[in-house]
Design a protein around this ligand. Structure first.
Ligand code: GDU
Length: 622
């Protein structure tokens, strides 16, 4: 055995001998020297890897697991000491011109406040999860957000961050603003994430601007004594540890320290498949700056029973110092609310139709100095873990399948509280659902079942795409364009999922992010329901467009383009439902349709200059 293998194995044995021999099956009864030596070596190396990647090593992991498994078997209620209340937070609505009473800022002012700080931020994209629920075997970041531009999730986030650099420069006058992006991968997603970046020239990021950190899996456990689960005689089974790994990883890799020393002010955490969230980042950051929040979670009205966590104010029954505002995960909310208050569980408020608790979109803005200070604490960013075994029967002794410790990134408030006490300012900001939240998480089949049961948010690839179009319909409507905004009653079923009949509109991040920009760049005009419109270009203005068909306008850097009175008539694009899902690639099957591009007017201008496009579509250089 290697030195490190031998050392790690000895540590495991010493721990196990003192703690009840739950791991004897791993190291006892090895055949004598000369037999299966390579296998022994490989196992010892794996033990050393597991030991090295967990703070405190494998013994720390196993003893935590044993304690948590005992609590789970005993049915201990993790919230026994707490009572849950609906917390008070900030709220902002794109369509509401009034100021938020707490911050004194309107929606647009919050965006502008966010712009003053966005140049000093860092983005972290947690993307270690496999699309198991989605029924997709590739990486979720590679999925196309919509079939009009075919841009992937990663490309949308990349172009958004690059647009933020440009806008931060315009707002602050600072040159060469570079916003770093960290992507957390796992063994399941790492190679394909790297390939996606490489195949697309890093989506326009500069050399060194993107960092990939890979989370490690943890050992799987086969019984209530935290016995290690063996995949084979010489291999321990491993499983993902959850997105909570991100904080310790950023700390361990020295990134937080580096950013802090560089003067970066905020870290913004994003999830993999919610393209709408980029709308809410700037105003949330604006609120964080105005209120001095150390942590600010992006929230939406939550549907009762929805697979989204709830932000709750947990009041400790005896020690107010321990009370805190934190996410209660969706699988824990119903048992908690069934044992408290009116004991009705996770149900909707009849007045609003939503859960009274804000829904956690799980995109978090964290202030850098508080983060750095917290991560330097004794837990080193290791957030509290939990265990969620599925028991075979009521005796709660045997598992249906091996389990493991898990952790979630939104649990960081407990560490803030530990390191900063009552100084920690934890808040959240609520936005409209249409504006902020429509992730692709579920397979088409699961989504269809949900719709049949009356569900309003199937969370499929197709509902995510549809919601992206609807969001842009609403933005253009507000900018004075005559078009139909799809309301719930107008949705049409495609492959069993209610989607917009159109118009399908994509405003690329490079065209507009802020309300001020949309209002400035778009003016008047009309778009029919069957139409498709794609706008991309930082200095593109579209006035009095008359569209019945498909139109794509893309303009490059330093192209000042005004379109006024353009009339477009063509066959346009059309959704075609897939009837035989077995016969199409996975990414088509999970959506349930393809986009037939019959006819389109495409205007592409890349040569710097000033241009005008009138009714006939002719491009005139001025
Ligand atoms: N992820 C990792 N590593 C993991 C597991 C997940 O990086 O080990 C990443 C995923 O790629 C994804 C994000 O973490 O980007 C969230 O994972 P899921 O989409 O599987 O998370 P859930 O849907 O179970 O729940 C999360 C929050 C909820 C709720 C919801 C909103 O935990 O509270 O807010 O997102 O979409």
């Amino acid at each position: 055995l290697s030195q490190r293998g031998k050392a790690a194995l000895s540590r495991l044995i010493l721990y196990d001998v003192a703690n009840g021999h739950a791991q004897k099956h791993v190291y006892a009864d090895w055949p004598e020297r000369g037999t299966e030596d390579d296998e022994k070596r490989a196992l010892a190396e794996q033990i050393a890897d597991l030991d090295g990647s967990y703070p405190g090593g494998l013994p720390a992991y196993l003893s935590k697991a044993k304690a948590l498994l005992k609590e789970s078997a005993d049915g201990t209620n993790p919230f026994a000491e707490f009572e849950a209340f609906v917390p008070e937070g900030e709220s902002l609505s794109y369509e509401n011109p009034d100021a938020n009473p707490h911050t004194g800022m309107t929606f647009s002012e919050a965006e502008q406040a966010g712009l003053t700080g966005i140049g000093d931020t860092v983005f972290v994209l947690v993307a270690g999860g496999l699309g198991e629920r989605l029924g997709y075997s590739g990486i979720k970041l590679s999925l196309e957000t919509n079939l009009c531009t075919n841009k992937s999730y990663l490309e949308v986030y990349a172009k958004y961050i690059q647009a933020m650099q440009r806008m931060a420069h315009l707002k602050t006058g600072k040159d060469h603003i570079r916003i770093p992006l960290v992507i957390m991968t796992s063994d399941d997603t790492d190679p394909l994430t790297r390939k996606l970046l490489k195949d697309n020239n890093n989506f326009g990021f500069e050399e060194g601007q993107v960092t990939i950190v890979k989370q490690d899996k943890v050992a799987a456990l086969s019984n209530g004594n935290a016995g290690l689960s063996m995949k084979s005689k010489w291999k321990i089974e491993t499983k993902p540890h959850g997105h909570g790994d991100v904080h310790h990883l950023l700390y361990r890799e020295g990134l937080v320290d580096h950013w802090y020393n560089q003067g970066k002010k905020y870290v913004i955490f994003l999830q993999d498949t919610n393209a709408l969230v980029i709308n809410s980042v700037l105003p949330t950051l604006g609120v964080s700056i105005a209120k001095g929040f150390h942590m600010n979670s992006i929230c939406i009205p939550r549907l009762a029973g929805e697979a989204a966590g709830a932000i709750a104010r947990l009041e400790h029954k005896t020690d107010p110092e321990k009370s805190l505002v934190i996410n209660v995960e969706y699988n824990q909310l119903d048992p908690l609310l069934s044992s408290q208050g009116d004991c009705k569980g996770d149900v909707a408020d009849p007045n609003t139709g939503y859960s009274p608790f804000p829904g956690n979109a799980n995109n978090i803005v964290i202030e850098m100095s508080a983060y750095e200070k917290t991560l330097r604490g004794e837990d080193q960013g290791v957030v509290i873990e939990f265990v969620n075994p599925k028991y075979k029967d009521e005796t709660r002794t045997e598992f249906k399948k091996p389990t493991r410790l898990e952790c979630m990134m939104q649990d960081i408030p407990k560490l803030f509280q530990k390191e900063m006490g009552s100084e920690a300012k934890i808040g959240f900001t609520m936005f409209d659902r249409w504006f902020t939240f429509s992730p692709a998480k579920n397979s088409l089949e699961a989504g269809v079942e949900d719709v049949k049961r009356g569900g309003k948010a199937p969370g499929t690839m197709s509902s995510a795409e549809s919601d992206k179009y609807i969001q842009n319909q609403r933005k253009l409507k507000m900018a004075g364009v005559d078009l139909d905004v799809t309301e719930e009653k107008d949705l049409v079923l495609v492959a069993g999922i209610p989607v917009t009949p159109g118009p399908r509109i994509i405003l690329c991040p490079g065209f507009s992010i802020t309300q001020r920009e949309v209002m400035h760049k778009i003016h008047g005009g009309k778009i029919t329901k069957r139409s498709t419109l794609v706008l991309e270009g930082e200095d593109l203005k579209v006035r009095n467009l008359d569209l019945d068909g498909a139109l794509v306008i893309r303009t490059g850097h330093n192209c000042d383009v005004t379109v006024d009175g353009l009339v477009v008539r063509n066959k346009g694009f059309e959704l075609e439902e897939v009837t035989e899902s077995a016969a199409v690639p996975e990414e088509v099957a999970i959506r349930g349709y393809t986009m037939k591009k019959h006819e389109v007017v495409e205007i592409v201008i890349n040569e710097p200059g000033k241009y005008f496009i009138g009714a006939d579509g002719e491009v005139k250089k001025l």
